[in-house]
Design a binder for this molecule. Sequence first.
Ligand code: SF4
Ligand code: SF4
Length: 226
Amino acid sequence: MAPEHWLDELPQTRARAADDDLSILCADPYPFLGDAAVRRQITRLSGHLAGLADAMRRRVIAYSLYVRQLDVIQAAATRDFCRDDCMRPPVGCCNADHFQILSLADVMVARPSQTAMELAHVIAALQRQETDFELDSGRSLTSGHCGCLASDGCTLRLFKSPRCVHYLCAELGGSLTERFGPAAASFLAAMAQVAVQTITTTADFTDPAILDAAGTLFAEAPPARA
Ligand code: SF4
Ligand code: SF4
């Protein structure tokens, strides 16, 4: 289901975006999103997360906007391959709870910053809400795989984990190289790096260079913006 449906149903603590959220977040470029979608996402999440400190609320919203851009990129570049040519059917790489952002081992060994821990915690709560909304809308979870996997695919659109949103298996990587040629190399390298990196700070959740690299992939035929 399109993310707007969930955004529009999110309970609002404040009826408008928090002061400065729109001006600060809209100042960043979102090459794969339309202006209206960006403003709507900021406004609804800002109203829902009004109880958070300003800086944390903006981090959470910025993460959702980043994930949504990767969702557009995946729809244009990878989703067909995952649906039709996956070597690990029926669930591909959604075979375990990869929605989890930090494992106990990550917390004990990498010792993420307090801010990174809080960001992971807030995202986890929003993941539950996003999945619950999809289930209330009639989708049903599979059993024995990822706890966010419905029978027709992932229930997360805005709050997939960094691992999920950046993971590309070797076969999919090969397909992208075949399709896009040398232009795929920097995109694949950046995605692979973030998919496996240990999270210690909030900067480890995303990599804006991936959006630049994806822009190169689609230089001749950009995908429709969300
Ligand atoms: S990334 Fe690879 S393993 Fe995962 S669903 Fe796509 S094709 Fe399958
Ligand atoms: S969160 Fe979504 S993409 Fe990630 S493993 Fe679960 S079902 Fe797959």
